[in-house]
Design a protein around this ligand. Structure first.
Ligand code: SAH
Length: 195
């Protein structure tokens, strides 16, 4: 049965699954030399905003019910949709980490041995991992019946996405030149183009 308790528990499983997928990559990333990095204070701010919206605020809500005054009535159908989107988010997150391998990083880095990945989940969209984050934020909005904790993921990740994606593409163009330009010409950012 889908209750608000079950929906909050699903959010918690989503967070644990997310971490389990990411952790081995974080370890590997530390051992993979960086050739060029565009990390700066602005990047760290964006990461903090995104983490607050997708992690801290919803965790506080699931753990304590705060801020209770922003609650609205839970609807089971909304919870079921949230569960389905959460599953899609985890699947996508897993596939993108597997495809990027050592080229992954939490911020904007180009590795010594960086390879441009253009196949699998990267064949038709340039930012499938960010698509997975959008799905997480959407799942959170559906699973948590609270205007603040539910919507904070969309706002937090939305901020990171809006300020980062253009810079990341510029970084990739600088690193890969025409190879990336050709890749841009045949792909979309998040949602595959109709053919
Ligand atoms: N924006 C991508 C990757 C996010 S991880 C996505 O949403 O799927 C961020 C790191 O990935 C950056 O350091 C960048 O250098 C690297 N990156 C981005 N696109 C890449 C690609 N197609 N192939 C290899 N590395 C890529």
């Amino acid at each position: 049965m889908m209750t608000s308790f079950v929906a909050k528990t699903i959010w918690a499983f989503l967070a644990v699954g997310w971490y389990a997928i990411r952790r081995p990559h974080e370890r590997r990333a530390r051992k993979t030399p960086v050739r060029h990095s565009a990390r700066d204070r602005r990047e760290w701010m964006l990461l903090a905003i995104s983490f607050a919206g997708l992690g801290i605020l919803p965790f506080l809500y699931v753990a304590t019910g705060f801020p209770i005054s922003a609650d609205y009535p839970f609807r089971p159908l909304q919870g079921w949709f949230g569960a389905a989107v959460a599953l899609a988010a985890l699947t996508m997150f897993y596939l993108t980490h597997r495809a990027l391998g050592r080229n992954w990083s939490i911020s904007l880095d180009v590795r010594e041995t960086h390879k441009l990945v253009t196949d699998g989940v990267y064949a038709r969209v340039r930012h499938p991992m960010y698509a997975a984050f959008w799905l997480w934020a959407l799942a959170q909005a559906l699973l948590l019946p609270n205007w603040i904790a539910g919507l904070s993921g969309l706002v937090g990740f939305g901020t990171l996405y809006a300020f980062r994606v253009g810079r990341e593409e510029k970084l990739m163009m600088d690193a890969f030149g025409n190879e990336y330009r050709a890749y841009m010409a045949r792909t979309a950012r998040l949602v595959p183009r109709l053919r």
